[in-house]
Structures are given as structure tokens and as C-alpha cells.
Design a protein around this ligand. Sequence first.
Ligand code: GP9
Ligand code: MN
Length: 420
Amino acid sequence: DGNDMPEIQTYVEENINPDMKSELFGVAKGKNLIFVSMESLQTFVINNTLNGEEVTPFLNDLIGDSYYFENFYHQTAQGKTSDSEFLVENSLYPLPRGAVFFTHGQNEYHAMPEILGEAGYYTSVFHANNKSFWNRDVMYDNIGYDEFYDVDSYEVTEENSIGWGLKDKPFFEQSMKYLQSIPQPFYSKFITLTNHYPFDLSEEDATIEKFDSNSKTLNQYFQTVRYMDESLKQFFDELKASGLYDNSVIVLMGDHYGISDFHNKAMGMYLDKEITPYDEVQLQRVPFFIHIPGKEGKVISKIAGQIDVKPTLLHLLGVDNSNDIGFGTDLFADDRKDFIALRDGSFVSNNYIYTEEKCYDRNTGEILYPMEEDETSERESSDTEEDNLCAPIKEKVDKELNYSDQIIYGDLFRFYNFDK
Ligand code: GP9
Ligand code: MN
């Protein structure tokens, strides 16, 4: 209940330190914020090839012109895209089961659209699906979005659709007239759709060969990824032509994995290695780009996650959030907490990766705990919990996930004053 809030607040103040800012605080003050959620895009295709051809030529080029986080993890669970949206808007974790957009869509939140709205931004979402999918209409209204351009705002025909609906190229194209008509500065979120399981695409839209393996899913994935990459290039060109480009921070983020562990065999063929639980965690990396006009590109290797997006973006826009309650930190600040928690309790830290009760060396993938039984060695196989270097971090991970869950299950923000 509300009595739990002070303990959580103390944890956040001491461990997350929402006041921690970087030298980039305010560099994009007053600029528009364009956020693109890239459906099912994983980092393993970035700067990678298929039959000698780049899979994502546009995004690869964009690295040279953006802050690009190469060790950025999705933290979603069953709520898929909606979980990734929840993480980004709130810097809270989604729930271990179910979709928080459905189960707690009426809670009190302190989300990005509300905060940016108060800072003078016009806030909107663009997504060509039914408005009630994932309960978005209810949640968006609740967290303060001014407008939701759902499927009814688009002209959808048989020719311009595939799979889940409107293809990404006509989606971006048809969005431009709305984007050009809304007041600035704006925060606008675009959610793509074509690169969605089962990754169907028509012949004439395919510009790269399929992969050749026993997984039709992975084979087709490269084609829809390439299509999305092209649609993003087209969107950037349209933003430039409209004049919005120079006035906008453009953020691109993969929402969650597209290829599940069911396809490990085919994935192992593509990556030319056997996929271990360690690799499965590493495959949860999704691309994260921040493009700021006039700023040079930089590849950032530190570990990062969707939980960090909100404080990072608010700080770039110069919005103070020192009274906020969330579990992410400004990715440009030096001193940040030392782990990224995945929703299933696995984690990544600077030195370790923990999953399925094993502790791995993050750099080598070697199992550090528990030690393998080695019958030829003299050593008695008696490693204790003390040898588990992951254990102290695992404790923090569980504590933090639990605090976030308590906030949601108890609707605890009803008892917290963000304006103090
Ligand atoms: C549906 C889109 C995809 O509107 O966001 O949903 P997903 O299955 O990825 O959550
Ligand atoms: Mn999705």
C-alpha cells in the first residue's frame, strides 16, 4: 500500500539518483522529439551481412551520424510492443506475466507524454492498427497523449498492406501530412508493423534474398528487416524535405526480439556458432539510436536498456525530473547503476551475465558459477554460494523488479507527489 512508497523513494534516490545529469543536459532544448519503435528489430542484423550484402544499409550509415548504443537490451515480457512502450514512457518494468497495458491501464502514472505536455509539447502516437489493440486507446489517454493516429487515420488497401496491415513505407508517407500540421514542439511516436512475425513480404518489396535454413521465420526475417530499413530511409528523406529534420531529435529503438529461441538452430547457422543460454541473453540486444542535429556520431558500448530511455531523453530536452520515480538513468551520465535487469530475472552487468541459474563471464561467455564437474581434477567440487560472483547483483535485480511490481500492483503513484 501507500506505506511502501517511502522505502521505494529512498531506494530510487540512493541507487538510481534521478538528479544525475550529463553535459548533454538540455542540448536539444525546445526541439521536437520523434521516436520510432522498430518492430522486432534485433542488434544481430546491424552491421551484418547476408550473402555478402548489408542487411540494414541505412541504419548502418546512421551509426556514423548518431549516438548508437551497441549493448542496449530490451526488457519486455508477454506484453511485447506494449511492454516496450511502457518501459520507455515510465521507466518502470512491465509485469512478469500479462500485459500491464491491459491489466493496469487505468493506474496513476507519471509518463513522458504528461511530463512533456506540461513542458509545452504536443504529444501524439502514429500506428496503423486498431486503436484498442493492447488497450492502447485507454492507456494513451491515461498517460496524457493528445492524439492517437490509429488505423482510421490511414488509407489502407489490399495493395498497400501485408501481414498485420499497412506497410511501413505508405505508413510513414501518409503520416507526414499529420506531422506537418501539428503544433511544435511535438513528441511523436511512430510504431512500425511490417517487420512482425511471420515476416511476410511480397516479391516486389523484397530487395534481399531470403536466408536458407530450416527456419522459414528466420529466412524471411532478413527481407522484412531490409524493407523496414528502406522505409526508415524514406522517412528521414521526407523529414528533411519537410524541414522538420533540423529541428528534431530522432530516436530509433527496437521493441523486442523477433526471432525466438525456438529458432536457435537456424540462428546458430547464421551466426556460425552454437547458441548457448549466454548467447540467448546477448540476442536480446536491440538497436538504440539517438540522432541530434549538429552532433557527431558516436558508438557507445556501455550496457543500457529500455528502462533508461525516459531519463535520457528528458535530460536531452532539458526537462528536470529529479523528483521522478523510475528505475533508469541518463545514459550520458558517467556514474550509473551497474546492471540491466531482464524481465525474467536474468541480468547483464559490466562483467557478468546471469541466466538460468548460471553466472557467465560477460566477455568470454565462460561459465563462472556453478563450476563444471571435472573428474580429472584434484579440486573438490564444492563451490559455495560465495563463489557465485553474480549473487550480490542478482539480489539487487530482484529487489528492483519487485519494487517496480509493487508500484504497479498497488497503484502506488496515487500516494506520491511528483510536484513537490
Ligand atoms: C501491434 C503491434 C505489434 O499493434 O504493436 O504487436 P506485438 O505483437 O509486437 O506486440
Ligand atoms: Mn512488437
